[in-house]
Design a protein around this ligand. Structure first.
Ligand code: GLN
Length: 193
């Protein structure tokens, strides 16, 4: 079973996307709800809030431990920020779960053009380019050698994978195109075998 971290953000959209792919996602607000998961989605929203509430609810350390143990985790937008080893332009007290050896900059595409959409080829996703919706999105400024870039905008990585961890700056959960979620579910299945 795949979990969706449900402390803040567009939890519902991820739950629906996963359900439409035949998964039965479990929303996670308590450490006990992490038990037995095959994967975890960290939704978009506000990374400062997701971070703060994850710590308040005692989820921060258990999630870090699961990441270290190889649990597949997919983060979109604020979720990508949560998976970054280093966060620029964050709140001074902001912490991330980490896991992906990268530095991301919050709200990097500029405050004037808060939101935009682009048709992106994404490595590992067959067929037509993916309609990517960016909302006050981060980009990746530094990448470790083990991180694979799956998509870029103007030379900035916006979809990356390191081992069992997947992150996108954009929000595939809002488009009705579930190919990124399908890619993640395949990673979860692979991790079980
Ligand atoms: N700007 C938000 C943050 O820094 C992320 C935006 C999003 O998830 N759409 O957390």
């Amino acid at each position: 079973m795949v979990g969706v971290l449900a402390v803040q953000g567009d939890v519902r959209e991820h739950v629906l996307a996963l359900r439409q792919l035949g998964a039965e996602p479990r929303t996670v607000r308590r450490p006990a709800e992490l038990e037995g998961l095959a994967g975890l989605v960290v939704p978009g929203g506000e990374s400062t809030t997701i971070d703060r509430l994850s710590r308040v609810f005692g989820l921060h350390e258990p999630i870090q431990e699961l990441i270290r143990d190889g649990l597949p985790v997919y983060g979109s937008c604020a979720g990508m920020i949560q998976l970054a080893g280093e966060v620029l332009d964050g709140h001074p007290e902001q912490q991330s779960f980490g896991g992906i050896d990268m530095t991301v900059r919050r709200n990097a595409f500029g405050r004037q053009v808060d939101s935009f959409e682009a048709d992106l080829p994404v490595a590992g996703i067959e067929g037509e380019p993916f309609r990517a919706v960016f909302i006050r999105a981060p980009w990746v400024e530094r990448l470790g050698e083990q991180v694979e870039v799956l998509a870029e905008v103007d030379g900035h990585p916006v979809a990356v994978r390191q081992g069992a961890l997947l992150a996108t700056s954009f929000h595939p959960e809002v488009t009705g195109d579930h190919r990124v979620h399908a890619l993640f579910l395949a990673m979860c299945v692979r991790a079980q075998t």
